[in-house]
Ligand binder design. Structure first.
Ligand SMILES: C[S@@+](CC[C@H](N)C(=O)[O-])C[C@H]1O[C@@H](n2cnc3c(N)ncnc32)[C@H](O)[C@@H]1O
Length: 239
């Protein structure tokens, strides 16, 4: 079973605290900061999940959009919001089309566990961007894992499904672990999520190996520089 195969059914419940409309405004703010109009763009969202972001983006801004995700079940949940969804891997994008803006949000890039995977993502997004197009993605930080996700266990239920969510951080390898165990009609299923939490300097080193130019890296949801207390970094790269 793939990551998100089961969690897809209650992903939106688990993420009900996330303010996607604020995220849409924040990406719009970054674009305006770089003199890009958020309207009229050809947008690709990589790892769009259940399309919560794309739904709000297309309500706010004109333009074309496509979402891709590795998980068929996540896309199935998202199809009610967004019709342009494709099951694909963000390391090997199946497009000839060229986009003006590529996004990958909510620490989806942290699912790329090795330098090779991250470089594949950067190189293939570069190849489907128009010249001067932007790639914006976010990652979580070691500070975030140590502060909020060092070790914890939650119990909850959604409809008939009871679940246990164990969170822990492997600080030797900088891997954030989320283990979900579900019990539904007496059967239990376990989904183990692993996300690599890269250091800022590692990411800069990798970006420097690509044809992208780094425009900025921003703390949390601001336009401030990254510092030691940053929980999430949004990177803005230009082709
Ligand atoms: C934390 S969720 C974020 C989903 C969505 N961006 C959101 O904001 O709700 C991470 C998503 O990344 C997707 N994902 C992980 N690795 C992927 C890959 N190599 N290519 C495409 N999607 C991937 C998962 O299937 C999942 O939907």
């Amino acid at each position: 079973m793939r990551n998100y195969d089961k969690i897809a059914f209650f992903y939106e419940y688990l993420m009900s605290h996330v303010n996607y409309s604020y995220w849409v405004s924040y990406i719009g703010k970054i674009l305006k900061y770089y003199n890009f109009s958020p309207d009229g763009l050809n947008v690709l969202e990589c790892a769009c999940g259940t399309s919560s972001f794309l739904e709000l983006w297309k309500k706010k801004y004109k333009g074309d959009y496509i979402g891709i995700d590795l998980s068929y079940q996540m896309l199935q949940q998202g199809i009610k919001r967004c019709s342009s969804l494709v099951q694909a891997d963000m390391k090997t994008l199946p497009f000839k089309a060229h986009f003006n803006l590529i996004l990958s949000l909510f620490d989806s890039v942290n699912y790329l566990m090795t330098y090779e995977e991250l470089l594949s993502f950067l190189n293939c997004t570069n190849s489907v961007l128009e010249k001067n197009g932007l790639l914006i993605f976010d990652v979580t930080t070691v500070y975030n894992s140590l502060t909020h996700f060092r070790q914890n266990c939650y119990f909850d239920h959604y409809g008939d499904t009871a679940f246990e969510h164990k969170v822990y951080f492997d600080s030797d390898n900088n891997i954030q672990c989320n283990d979900f165990k579900y019990v539904y009609k007496g059967k239990s299923v376990v989904e183990k999520h692993r996300q690599k939490v890269y250091e800022y300097d590692e990411l800069i080193g990798l970006i420097n190996q690509t044809d992208f130019r780094l425009l900025g890296a921003y703390k949390n949801f601001t336009l401030k520089d990254v510092d030691n207390n940053t929980e999430r970094i949004h990177f803005v790269l230009k082709k």
